[in-house]
Design a protein around this ligand. Sequence first.
Ligand SMILES: C=C(O[C@H]1C=CC=C(C(=O)O)[C@@H]1O)C(=O)O
Length: 464
Amino acid sequence: MTVPVLPRLRVRTLAAPPVPDLFDLLPPDVDAASVVSWVREGSGLIGWGRAASSRTADGGRGGPDRFATAAQWWRDVVAGAEVVDEVDLPGTGLVAFGSFAFAPGSPDGGGLVVPRVIAGQHDGKAWVTSIEDLDLSTAADTEPGVSDPAPTDPAEGAPAAPDLLPAPGEAQSEPARGIRLLPGAVAPPDWPRVIRAGIARIAAGEVDKVVLARDVVAAADAPIETVDVLRRLADRYGATWTFAVDGLVGATPEMLVRLQHGRVRSRVLAGTVRRDRTPAPSVTEAHPELEDAHTPDPRLRFVSDAKELEEHQFAVRSVAEALAPHCAALEVPEEPFVLELPDVYHLATDISGEASDDATSLDLAAALHPSAAVCGTPSEAAARVIAELEGMDRGRYAGPVGWLDASGDGDWGIALRCGQLSADARSMRLFAGGGIVAASDPESELAETEVKLAAMRHALGLGS
Ligand SMILES: C=C(O[C@H]1C=CC=C(C(=O)O)[C@@H]1O)C(=O)O
């Protein structure tokens, strides 16, 4: 196996004027595969170009050690970097973006990538970070959007923020043309059969819950524009995290873990209903205040549906148990709330605590992965059932995706509602799955995957 070269990075973050839309800052001629994003409700980080990557020339670094290998690489990169940060906010200074394979055996293990330019904004403050590899600065200077030669002193000649950015509004979203959706590993009519096989494994006592996912291939006549996909996702799914790393693009509603100044948070999702679902699940005695059978609000019925609550509790427990060794004063609400997205309602629980060791956000993401929201319970048996029944490699779908800074703070979501762009950008594999418990209905589970695919259909300009 080849090992990644350890770069010597020079990093400078400067204040910049806030912009109405971060995606306007992406240069029109940007290499789409290098675009990174972590944006929610107009705030967050985007980046482009490549200053360094933990991925090797032979692809990803898979295996059970994929997180530990990337974490060590990051420690070494941080130790060797020269950083001047004039803004000092979460997401400033040296930052890496990452995404990791769901399964250790996946050929695309994933890893960390440090862009050449990162633009960020939060709470009315904006900044731009330039990053160069001191050993490769001549080649890197030719990347789009990076217009200034390499400075020699990090405290002096670094490029000023405006030089790094294209004029806002240069890039415009084009409607997608000539995109067809083709069956993936399992055609839709066959999906209920796979779900039935999953339910049989639950009945046999092998697992309590298993999350089964399928893929759909979007084939395009012309290259799919990552930037257009990101814009559509951010416009319609503002409350989710719009992400892109190494061609994996999506809008996830699920925050696996956020570590910021010693505070740990996680948003657990599991349990889904379509927003227009009828008939709505019935009310049980778990929520006597909702027993008005005439209540028209499906959210109220949803929070007391026994099957959805059971599926959700498996996921909450798996996250709480994985965080417990790293946190003091872990707060786990007893009941979920309903998260509203444009196409679905999810049962959601926000868990929080104080970090009690020096685990970085990436270490915590590794400890939490795979949660029962994307794998099942018990985890190992569920992963085996997934490998046997899905008939596909998930790649980086359902793996951790996000960023971390030099201190180890950062955000890691679960790569859901997403697609993997092919190397030639002419196709994208879209993914959607759902948690299966004993009471699951195979036909409803097919419908649930269709509704979860709506985000990426919309992102490709195919309607929802
Ligand atoms: C596996 C997916 O969703 C997970 C996250 C939220 C709700 C889920 C559910 O209700 O099954 C899944 O656990 C997916 O979107 O592909």
